[in-house]
Design a protein around this ligand. Structure first.
Ligand SMILES: [Zn+2]
Length: 77
């Protein structure tokens, strides 16, 4: 399963909770298979981070949050 496919599954199963989303900061929690992970992005570092053990910024949790927050056209990365 690719990261994008897994991200869509997380979204369709309503496992993604956006806590905060502005053009300065995005904070969300994602209920993964084994644990609940914190995903965040801020305009200072301009980088996506996730608390899961996968490689930073390449996991399905970040991808899922990106898909819903970037669709608003605010966060481009
Ligand atoms: Zn993750």
């Amino acid at each position: 399963m690719t990261v994008a496919t897994k991200a869509r599954a997380l979204l369709s199963e309503a496992r993604v909770q956006i806590r905060f989303a502005t053009d300065q900061l995005v904070a969300a929690t994602v209920a993964g298979d084994h644990d609940v992970y914190e995903v965040r992005w801020d305009s200072f570092s301009a980088r996506w981070e996730c608390s899961c053990p996968e490689l930073r910024g390449r996991c399905s949790h970040v991808e899922a949050v990106k898909q819903v927050t970037c669709s608003a056209g605010r966060v481009a990365r």
